[in-house]
Design a binder for this molecule. Structure first.
Ligand code: OAD
Length: 254
């Protein structure tokens, strides 16, 4: 474990890994979007009408009062709609070009990685711009913010739509999970960026990568439980550190 504030201060063997690894994966959390203006989950600004996310992002809350849950999502979507990716997102999308194999796994539902150009991010917790028909399971994109009709219904069958998001108490999609675990197991280099490392299974992905001999590099404003398993931690905002890392690989920082 070593803690630094600049990429240039990393040990030579770590810099070598950053430059020469072929299979690379990155796991991102809310911290990557913080500089775009998206509130982090465990920050102080996560309340809506005195409800905590844990009270509304559940299947029980949706069953009890779909309108209430949709009003909360409508508020969140309206907050997110004008936000744009930051240099951390852009650096990550550029990295795809510099490594033979690059898998981006994210816990974020804001869609900013895609907007920055990342091709196929593995979205562990879903995407706030997608809706799923409760009856048929079909998934559609809807960018209206605010929503036109509340609650939204399926164009095909008239059934209720729900956010295509993994709620508290729900299981993650198996396919998505397999891709995330494979990304951690099969990489030579694993970046963990802007996540508090307390939500499973994301929290275990860094350990899995490390057990499979990958070099693990953490980027965060502060040490986290992941710091103990990381080969190096870079303390600083991801919008500053990720462009430095991109430059180390040979890319032009955004
Ligand atoms: P958290 O809010 O738990 O953690 C955000 C992390 O980002 C913290 O460790 C901060 O120190 C760090 N951070 C903040 N600003 C940063 C910046 N500019 N640069 C780098 N790091 C920064 O968010 P997550 O770890 O993403 O799940 O939370 C994981 C999951 O918990 C979320 O996806 C959500 C929640 O329950 C669901 O919605 C299912």
């Amino acid at each position: 474990m070593s803690i630094h504030t600049k990429v240039s201060d990393l040990a030579d063997n770590i810099l070598e890994k950053i430059k020469n690894s072929k299979r690379v994966s990155a796991l991102t959390g809310a911290g990557v979007s913080a500089e775009s203006g998206v509130p982090t989950f465990r920050g102080s600004d996560g309340l809506w009408n005195n409800y905590r996310a844990e009270e509304l992002a559940t299947p029980q809350a949706f069953k009890r009062d779909p309108n209430l849950v949709w009003r909360w999502y409508d508020w969140r979507r309206t907050l997110l709609a004008p936000l744009r990716p930051n240099d951390g997102h852009y650096a990550l999308s550029q990295m795809e070009k510099f490594y033979d194999d690059f898998t981006l796994v994210t816990q974020n539902v804001d869609g900013l990685h895609r907007m920055a150009g990342s091709k196929t991010p593995v979205e562990l917790h879903g995407n706030i711009w997608l809706m799923r028909c409760v009856s048929e399971g079909t998934v559609t994109e809807n960018r209206n913010a605010p929503l036109v009709a509340m609650p939204p219904v399926c164009n095909d069958c008239g059934g209720l739509l729900r956010p295509h998001i993994v709620w508290f108490g729900e299981s993650l999609d198996e396919d998505i999970l397999t891709r995330a675990f494979r990304a951690a197991e099969q990489c030579d280099l694993f970046f963990v960026i802007g996540t508090s490392g307390v939500v499973q299974p994301s929290a275990s992905l860094a350990s899995i990568a490390q057990q499979n001999s990958a070099t693990v590099i953490e980027i965060n404003l502060e040490p986290t439980p992941i710091t103990d398993v990381a080969d190096a931690t870079l303390l600083g905002p991801s919008a500053k550190i990720m462009p430095e890392l991109l430059e180390a690989v040979g890319g032009n920082p955004p």
